[in-house]
Design a protein around this ligand. Structure first.
Ligand SMILES: C[S@@+](CC[C@H](N)C(=O)[O-])C[C@H]1O[C@@H](n2cnc3c(N)ncnc32)[C@H](O)[C@@H]1O
Length: 399
């Protein structure tokens, strides 16, 4: 086992390495989501607050506490500023803060990764957060294959306790969904599930590989429920990213719906420079609020990054990159605009509501369940489209 010193050159070689900005966005997205999710339980839903006495966070493949950015040509050009804290570390920090604020509640975290050195790194970083002083916070580490881990934890009585509300993250590097195990996560009660779905990058890479082994073909076949050759054929005969996106999202949705009746929402993630769609973050839950939180979290991150961009014109850590480059490179339907561009979202808002009069509940339900519209778009929309509130009614003009 390697030994390392915190944020030293030795540490940079031990922790997880990354070189694309989707990784950073993911940390922000997961951590913001976790915070909104906790707030939803404590501040927005009295019903939930009375119902639960424990919050549980599970990361089926949590990776290391720290990450180190490397550059392909220059991997060992060590620079201490290139460390970033990953989701696991940030979630432990948040849980510790909330555990101190709500001593009557229990907070439990399960961190698993099959890489032993990553778990060791997570534990090392946890100690920097002085968690042992917080009696109502428990962190349980394991070092198992993801499916073995899922199999084990979904049968634990602590996880099946209906006084415990759970948030589970399943975040592989690639398309790998064995539904025998995934269905165990999907069927858990009182739980919200976040999954990363890497089809834009991974399927493209796989169908272009010349000597793909049978095991990988089987993983893809099993993940989507149709033969690999059929997927490959579809990929080549449907060239536009938007058509492929719809196809893979639909295959995935269908597999989820085979196993549970929960609601789903998704948010696409793009890389910085070319604005290529890298993966979707998917949220699966019985709660409309939990689903809407994902759209809202991702929209808020984009809004923040726009503000940051105004301050730092050249920010290499910019999460979403340069809007223009994306528009220029894509000639078909613009997935990015549909989810994060204010003007497009305002136009969709108008088309959805124009000419209608709705009660507050009806208005909120349509927004919450809408495929693209975040519920926190209202302030931006009102700058252009002046709808009114009269008593309990919302009145939306025709234009
Ligand atoms: C994308 S990273 C997870 C990142 C983490 N969720 C975060 O946000 O910081 C994927 C992790 O999966 C782990 N992994 C890959 N295959 C695994 C397996 N079969 N079982 C458990 N962990 C696995 C890798 O070691 C890696 O740390």
């Amino acid at each position: 086992m390697e030994t390392c010193t915190y944020k030293d050159k030795t540490c940079s070689k031990t922790v997880n390495k990354y070189n694309h900005d989707g990784t950073l966005l993911k940390f922000e997205a997961f951590t913001d989501y976790v915070e909104s999710w906790i707030n939803k339980i404590f501040y927005h839903s009295q019903e939930n607050k009375g119902k639960y006495n424990e919050l549980i966070f599970v990361d089926c493949m949590c990776s290391s506490g720290l990450y180190y950015k490397y550059f392909k040509k220059d991997e060992y050009n060590y620079d201490a500023d290139l460390f970033r804290e990953g989701t696991g570390y940030k979630v432990i920090d948040k849980f510790r803060n909330y555990a101190e604020k709500f001593p009557e509640f229990n907070f439990t975290i399960y961190m698993n990764d099959y890489d032993e050195k990553f778990i060791k790194c997570m534990y090392c970083n946890e100690r920097r957060l002085n968690t042992s002083d917080v009696k109502n916070l428990k962190i349980i580490y394991s070092n198992e294959d993801k499916y073995k881990f899922i199999d084990r934890i979904t049968s634990l009585k602590e996880i099946n306790n209906n006084k415990a509300h759970k948030l589970i993250i399943y975040d592989p590097y690639e398309v790998d969904f064995n539904w025998i195990y995934m269905k165990k996560l999907l069927k858990l009660n009182d739980s919200d599930l976040i999954i990363t779905h890497f089809y834009p990058n991974d399927v493209k890479r796989i169908v272009n590989l010349e000597n793909l082994n049978q095991d990988k073909k089987d993983v893809i076949t099993y993940s989507y429920g149709i033969p690999f050759d059929q997927i490959k054929e579809y990929f080549y005969s449907h060239q536009t990213p938007s058509v492929r996106t719809e196809y893979f999202r639909e295959l995935f949705n269908k597999k989820v719906k085979d196993h549970c009746y929960k609601k789903m929402s998704y948010a696409p993630v793009f890389n910085n420079k070319e604005r290529n769609h890298v993966f979707d973050i998917v949220c699966i839950s019985s709660s409309g609020i939990a689903i809407a939180l994902l759209k809202d979290t991702m929209y808020r991150l984009y809004e923040n990054s726009k503000q940051e961009r105004k301050q730092y014109a050249q920010d290499s850590w910019n999460l979403f990159g340069d809007e223009q480059s994306y528009v220029d490179l894509r000639c078909d339907f613009n997935e990015y605009q549909l989810h994060y561009d204010d003007l497009t979202l305002t136009e969709i808002f108008k088309r959805t509501f124009a000419g209608k009069t709705l009660s507050k509940n009806e208005f909120e339900k349509v927004l919450q369940e809408h495929e693209y519209l975040p519920t926190n778009i209202k302030k931006q929309v009102k700058k252009i489209y002046k709808y009114k509130k009269m008593g309990d009614l919302y009145i939306f003009p025709k234009d």
